[in-house]
Write a protein that binds this ligand. Structure first.
Ligand code: IPM
Ligand code: MG
Length: 368
């Protein structure tokens, strides 16, 4: 088994370092190789996704990814910006199925911006289609308008499109995931306005015929955004397109009060995947040693379970994370009165200690 490790930019390097320490303490047999990606790769090689990094990711059984991006690259032409690295990896590796769990940890219920009773026990799985939609649809570009409200004016355009097989395969992923959970799928669309999403709704409904044991509901995206803050616990699996999924998954993550805790997986048709925290590169706190490494550590657990067939090791990591939370350790993003504030490395130390069967508090030196 080979893991490609792509830490990226900002806090990416700090959090991935802790996840790698956790993997190493498990005594699993795997090879790993690290490469630059995003802004870091642009600085070194002039491109955010160099050929060598892409080839490493292609050859590996799984990719552990940190985060990319920094405001200082905002003025670069689009093709050279750090975000192109993650978009390129998704496209070239065929990572069409993005799993974004939004889980509210019992100890963090009060960190949510919603009332505790609305989020206590929250457990939603957002399944976002990741290689189609307006993100990748051609044609796109700038031109002179020949019609519309201002013929002759400069305009920009993107193309929203989905083919039947693209919708079918993500629908199957969603129904199969729901079977292992509470057997309910909410398909989010904008069928009242968009042709693409009327087709989405039709095809999801057809695929549903093969899953009579799973309940299917359809919901417009604006209503879904509202229901997520009104009664989030009504959702089980949410399946949607690339753009709506981008927006709703951020909303759902924030509901849990713990975006620093949420892992994600992006899988291809054979179960090979890229694993990354749901949060970004947070350049404002990069290098300060305060970022929460748990989302990345939990992403490593997802990687073991989904791509490397090491479910037991994944369970151990997840239990260790529960244990450090139960012991009261918190990074700044999830800290509250009465808990112990720790940095990135101390949090990694604590997870490693728990996995090694040692007392968690003993390794902690920082005080809140
Ligand atoms: C995400 C991010 C990316 C996306 C950006 C960085 C291109 O927001 O993974 O949700 O829009 O997909
Ligand atoms: Mg996003």
């Amino acid at each position: 088994m080979k893991i490609a490790i792509l830490p990226g930019d900002g806090i990416g390097t700090e959090i991935v370092e802790q996840a790698v320490r956790v993997l190493n303490v498990l005594d699993l047999r795997f090879e790993s190789e690290t490469a630059l990606v995003g802004g870091a790769a642009y600085e070194a090689h002039g491109h955010p996704l160099p050929e060598s990094t892409l080839n490493l990711a292609k050859a590996a059984d799984a990719v552990l990814f940190g985060a990319v991006g920094d405001w200082k690259y905002d003025k670069l032409e689009r093709a050279l910006r750090p975000e192109q690295a993650i978009l390129g990896l998704r496209k070239h590796l065929g990572l069409f199925a993005n799993f974004r769990p939004a889980l509210c940890y019992e100890q963090l219920t009060h960190a949510s911006s919603l009332k505790p009773e609305l989020v206590a026990g929250l457990d939603i799985l957002i399944i976002r289609e990741l290689t189609g939609d307006i993100y990748f649809g051609q044609p796109r570009g700038r031109r002179t308008a020949v019609d519309g409200h201002f013929p002759g004016a400069e305009e920009a355009f993107d193309t929203m499109r989905y083919s039947r097989p693209e919708i079918e395969r993500i629908a199957h992923v969603a129904f199969q995931a729901a079977r292992k959970r509470h057997k309910k799928v909410t398909s989010v669309d904008k069928a009242n306005v968009l042709e693409t999403f009327q087709f989405w709704k039709d095809v999801v409904t057809e695929v549903h015929a093969q899953y009579p044991d799973v309940e299917l509901e359809h919901m417009y995206v604006d209503n879904a955004a509202m229901q997520l803050v009104r009664a989030p616990k009504k959702f089980d699996v949410v399946v949607t397109g690339n753009m709506f999924g981008d927006i709703l998954s951020d909303e759902a993550a924030m509901l849990t009060g713990s975006i620093g805790m949420l892992p994600s997986a992006s899988l291809d048709k054979n179960g090979k995947g890229l694993y990354e925290p749901s949060h970004g590169s947070a350049p404002d706190i990069a290098g300060k040693g305060v970022a929460n490494p748990l989302a990345t550590i939990l992403s490593a657990a997802m990687m073991l379970r989904f791509s490397l067939n090491q479910g037991a090791a994944a369970d151990r990591i997840e239990s260790a994370v529960q244990a450090v939370l139960a012991a009261g350790l918190r990074t700044a993003d999830i800290w509250s009165e009465g808990t112990q504030r720790v940095g990135t490395r101390e949090m990694g130390d604590a997870v490693v200690a728990s996995l090694a069967g040692k007392a968690i508090g003993k390794t902690i030196t920082t005080k809140s």
